[in-house]
Design a protein around this ligand. Sequence first.
Ligand SMILES: NC(=O)c1ccc[n+]([C@@H]2O[C@H](COP(=O)([O-])OP(=O)(O)OC[C@H]3O[C@@H](n4cnc5c(N)ncnc54)[C@H](OP(=O)(O)O)[C@@H]3O)[C@@H](O)[C@H]2O)c1
Length: 355
Amino acid sequence: MMKAQVYTVAKIFEGEIKEADLKLEEEELPPVQDDEYLVEAMYLSVDPYMRAYAKNYTVGQVMIGIQAGKIVESKNKNFPVGEIVVGNLGWRTYTLVKPSDDYFIYILPDVGNLPKSIALGVLGAPGMAAYFGFLDICRPIEGDTVVVSAAGGAVGSHVGQIAKIKKCRVIGITGSEEKARWLEFLGFDYVINYKTTKDLAADLRKGAPKGIDCYFDNVGGDTSSTVMQLMNQGGRVSVCGAISSYNAKVPLRANVIQPDIVAKQLELKGFVSHQFRDRWMEGLNQNLRWVQENKLKYRETITDGFENATRALMGVLKGENIGKALVRVKASHVEHESVDFNNALSKFKKFQGHR
Ligand SMILES: NC(=O)c1ccc[n+]([C@@H]2O[C@H](COP(=O)([O-])OP(=O)(O)OC[C@H]3O[C@@H](n4cnc5c(N)ncnc54)[C@H](OP(=O)(O)O)[C@@H]3O)[C@@H](O)[C@H]2O)c1
């Protein structure tokens, strides 16, 4: 009998997530039957939405989440042993997948020498949020000025690089000097540290002398109100997330922006990456091509050990990750050494951001 480790919700999150909010349990899985297959988790995706969706959780349910795993047993010819699959299987070490299950699951296309972990980052939901959420909603035009918040994270760093591919001027808003230096390295034209700036609007005016045409909003709240008040006529805003509010126990208040939306006829649209499921492979293949062409760089913050997953999630809400936050379920799944960005950065010309 196969045993799986599973995280269940022990307490509905309130304010900051605590380790005791999730419980590590063991579950026995029955033998694989016809048309079923068994997936061994390699990487868990650690995402801010896990905090945002907490109001929908019930105590005892398996913790939601997307993972990349290997098929280790199969009686389903479409999902043979050895393939890497990506799916919303939740936080569990092994999953028995049945044909009747309602998972969004697919085999990862060949990524060559790249680590499979990118299935959850540039090639996963954050990558789709960046690709579809930016291109379809912001509709960038060459020469546009684009602002991205939570720019040092998985989605934000990706959006900024697509904006550079589209020949835009890109301003990133982020919460640490290390992230700021990385964004400069990626080609962002101007970076603002929202935690240390004395005047965000003044910094934005400096970075965007021609005003802002596109805003990719990952954070909501007052940062976003400030950005939107500086937008140009007909500006486009893609509302991807509102992480500044996820831990709030009482609803946050922010400056009123409706007068600017009306006067400048701004377009605001929210989205979820999964609404683009029917075009998923278009986004995945384009993002993969950009990575292979070295036009799209990515960075991962990997926490080792299934038993450390809750701490990894707590860290994302505190800004501890740079790029995509992941849990490597077992040390034996090490596929690659982390890229030495500090070394790469030391070779990079002197940082000239204004923060
Ligand atoms: N719509 C969709 O389909 C979709 C898909 C994926 C993600 N999202 C959303 O996109 C946003 C970014 O997600 P991600 O996966 O790329 O995560 P991420 O940016 O890699 O990690 C979250 C980052 O948000 C920043 N942050 C945390 N608390 C903050 C606060 N109070 N105010 C401002 N920034 C804060 C932190 O960086 P700093 O150091 O900069 O503070 C943290 O590292 C989130 O809002 C998420 O919910 C939406």
